[in-house]
Design a protein around this ligand. Structure first.
Ligand SMILES: [Zn+2]
Length: 345
């Protein structure tokens, strides 16, 4: 950052303009105090009474600026202009790792090389520390010290696979980084925060500590949620990382938007919302390509209730379904969509 960007940045932070978008999983926030109706829309508020990106996703940009939004919007425009001036695009070269150029095909491990021979025998990390080291090579800072070790390792593996198997995601994380951790979230299972411009700050995924304290609890929860239609179908073996997969879905959609909306800023976040709608339609089109019987009128029968909340949750839920071993037509569709996205350079 040059001095001009830095100065504006400090000003924007002081004004509270730079705030990340939060995509939070609200399993069932029963406290009516946390839900408010604004302009006819049901929205979720954080503990300070601020709209925090919960259900509906109807509000963006200036709508929840509150007082001084005009000044804030003007400040944001100046910051954006300065950022675009001050930051030169650079070619991104993936960091060298012992993963080499396998294109992410080694789904089942082959991660750590041991021995010194010509063809050292690879093995999968066997501790959280080893996973963190591997993930760091990709630019991901993962800290699961606060959750059950087995659950943490299942989630670390999921993050590893998602990043290493998707060239565009690997490139992005290599350049901008991502932070993943766990802490008590008080009711939510997970949350993903991101700014409307990747240079403003890192994408951050946080898992709820309590929801990730045992494999058995995760299995039970995934089963219950699937049966009630609240969440997408999930195989027992993948239950420990369902929330992570959902949150990684939010991360991926943010990366797609960064790529497509070169000038996306906080105040133009309407574009961001429109883009997520467009992506949703593209995914349903993929479902149609796989099975002509699926269309824009009947796709909802394959979608979880949570996925119906807004286009962002649609993406996250379809992605979780795709990653969790029981992909239905929407899970398969997002898989195809991601394949197409990775090819379209
Ligand atoms: Zn979500």
């Amino acid at each position: 950052m040059n001095w001009r960007v830095k100065a504006l940045w400090n000003l924007a932070e002081a004004f509270g303009v730079i705030r990340p978008v939060r995509d939070q999983t609200y399993p069932k926030d029963p406290n009516p105090e946390h839900w408010k109706t604004i302009n006819g829309s049901h929205v979720h508020m954080d503990k300070n009474g601020n709209y925090d990106g919960g259900a509906g996703g109807k509000f963006n940009g200036r709508h929840h600026y509150g007082p001084n939004w005009r000044q804030k919007a003007a400040l944001m425009n100046r910051l954006t202009a300065a950022l675009h001036k001050g930051i030169k695009p650079q070619n991104v070269v993936p960091k060298a790792t012992n993963q080499g150029n396998n294109g992410g095909k080694s789904r089942n491990g082959a991660i750590i090389n041991t021995g010194k021979g010509q063809n050292p025998k690879p093995r999968e990390p066997s501790s959280m520390g080893e996973w963190a080291t591997e993930l760091k090579k990709y630019g991901a800072d993962v800290n699961f010290s606060k959750i059950n070790d087995k659950v943490g390792m299942a989630n670390a593996k999921e993050i590893y696979e998602v990043i290493s198997e998707n060239p565009k995601i690997a490139n992005f994380i290599n350049k901008y980084g991502v932070i993943v951790d766990a802490k008590p979230l008080g009711g939510a299972h997970g949350v993903t925060s991101y700014y409307l411009n990747p240079t403003f700050g890192k994408i951050r995924i946080t898992l709820d500590q309590k929801s990730h304290d045992s494999i058995e609890a995760a299995e039970k929860r995934a089963d219950l949620y699937e049966k009630s239609g609240f969440k997408m179908p999930c195989d027992k073996a993948h239950a420990p990382h369902y929330t992570e997969s959902h949150e990684l879905g939010h991360m991926i959609e943010a990366i797609v938007c960064y790529e497509r909306l070169k000038n996306a800023t906080w105040v133009t976040s309407k574009e961001f919302k429109q883009e997520t709608n467009k992506i949703k339609r593209e995914i349903i089109k993929c479902a149609k390509d796989i099975d002509p019987n699926t269309n824009f009128r009947n796709y909802k029968q394959y979608l979880s209730d949570y996925g119906k909340t807004n286009p962002r949750e649609f993406f996250a839920e379809c992605y979780a379904n795709y990653r969790c071993g029981k992909a239905n037509i929407l899970g398969k569709a997002i898989g195809l969509w991601i394949e197409r996205w990775n090819k379209n350079v």
